[in-house]
Design a protein around this ligand. Structure first.
Ligand SMILES: NC(=O)c1ccc[n+]([C@@H]2O[C@H](COP(=O)([O-])OP(=O)(O)OC[C@H]3O[C@@H](n4cnc5c(N)ncnc54)[C@H](OP(=O)(O)O)[C@@H]3O)[C@@H](O)[C@H]2O)c1
Length: 358
């Protein structure tokens, strides 16, 4: 079959694409990057390249998503709608959309976008299967690696919400199941795939500390809103759909033995994240400049209305303002960049918005 995969360069996609190829399919990867093997240029946010990419395609597997909350509406919802419509127009026989267990029950913004995206697929008229999957081992591992550890030696603690019920699956296992499932054709239904074991986030964290050789102890820190509550109530798992694949302990042990870094980088080292920060800083600088100029102009006009120093007073005021505003604006810049602190990292523990290390 000729297959188009979106998100084929991502964490699960980089397992799915070879899995589909090894089953004899011709696989195209819709991507914004250059030099991807089998890559075809396209962007689901804008719709660029979608019609061309669909030519002769029988199966679409849609994985593309983003960790940038500002793009969830345009990319996850709008992009999914655009892609499904293009697939319907092209006569694609099966459209597979990968979603997440609990999107219908947990009121977290990313999950709401995924649920809306599912609705777009169902309404598009293309024959479809939606597959909701639990968190990847890669995600849990990366989240734990990014948590701040507090204290030293035997007093070291890893604080996190410890009572969430989680059922992670290796992305490789999920990709293999998915590759096989795509061949059965569309069910027109929502199907579910989850990992081999349900444990609490605290238990998984202890396993992770053991496998990575860290000395800290797990400490309960009940941060996080809808996501934490939902997972504590078991809304992100599905015991009936447990896939007997690699356990989390086996996954972390293997990663550590192979010397691989965690798959997702929460510190924002992806080029686009860096670019976004650069843009935010540039915008903040421009705003500071404008504010400085406006203040200088105001002072200038106030002074010029005064009894004496017309010309020079304006100049002096402007110089003074520049220095003062420059200092204050550093704080403003930090806010604009919105760094991911411990709270957002904890909130991200079971959500999606992570950045992958390259
Ligand atoms: N992570 C989890 O634990 C988990 C669990 C269950 C389900 N899921 C779902 O599985 C899917 C894949 O997740 P992942 O973590 O493997 O993804 P990921 O590693 O974050 O990769 C994101 C992918 O999206 C593509 N992409 C981003 N913006 C795009 C755009 N405008 N146009 C076209 N492609 C774009 C990127 O391709 P290029 O950069 O090459 O363009 C990249 O391959 C997502 O839908 C996610 O919700 C994830």
């Amino acid at each position: 079959m000729r297959v188009l995969v979106t998100g084929g360069t991502g964490v699960i996609g980089s397992f799915l694409v070879p899995a589909l190829r090894s089953r004899g399919h011709e696989v195209l990867v819709l991507t914004r990057r250059e030099g991807v093997y089998g890559g075809i240029a396209g962007d689901i946010s804008t719709g660029a390249g979608l019609e061309e990419a669909m030519a002769g395609v029988q199966l679409v597997v849609h994985l593309a998503s983003t960790q940038d909350r500002k793009q969830w509406q345009d990319l996850d919802v709008g992009g999914t709608a655009r892609l499904a419509a293009a697939a319907r127009r092209a006569g694609v026989r099966h459209f597979v959309y990968v979603s997440i267990i609990g999107v219908d029950r947990i009121a977290y913004a990313y999950y709401r976008a995924k649920l809306e995206a599912e609705a777009q697929v169902r309404q598009s008229g293309v024959p479809f299967t939606i597959i909701r999957i639990s968190q990847f081992h890669e995600l849990l591992d990366s989240a734990l690696a990014a948590l701040p550890r507090i204290g030293l030696g035997r007093f070291a603690r890893l604080p996190l919400p410890t009572r969430m019920l989680v059922q992670p699956i290796a992305a490789a296992d999920a990709a293999n199941v998915l590759a096989e499932r795509t061949e059965y054709g569309p069910s027109g239904k929502i199907e579910t795939l989850a990992g081999p074991e349900v444990r609490t986030s605290g238990e998984f964290a202890e396993t992770w500390l053991e496998e990575t050789g860290r000395t800290a102890k797990v400490a309960d820190l009940a941060l996080g809103g809808a996501l934490r509550h939902g997972f504590e109530r078991g809304l992100g798992i599905s015991r009936d759909h447990a896939w007997p694949g690699q356990t989390f302990a086996e996954f972390v042990r293997e990663r550590v033995a192979e010397g691989r870094p965690p798959a997702y980088d929460l510190r924002g080292s992806r080029p686009e994240a860096k670019e976004a920060k650069k843009t935010a800083r540039a915008e903040a600088r421009a705003a500071r400049r404008t504010a400085t100029q406006e203040k200088a102009a105001k002072r200038g006009s106030a002074v010029s209305q005064g009894p004496t120093a017309e010309g020079t007073a304006g100049g002096t005021a402007a110089e003074g303002t520049t220095t003062t505003d420059g200092t204050a604006a550093t704080g403003m810049s930090a806010k604009t960049v919105a760094p991911s602190g411990p709270v957002s990292r904890l909130r991200s523990l079971l959500g999606k918005p992570f950045r992958k290390s390259r």
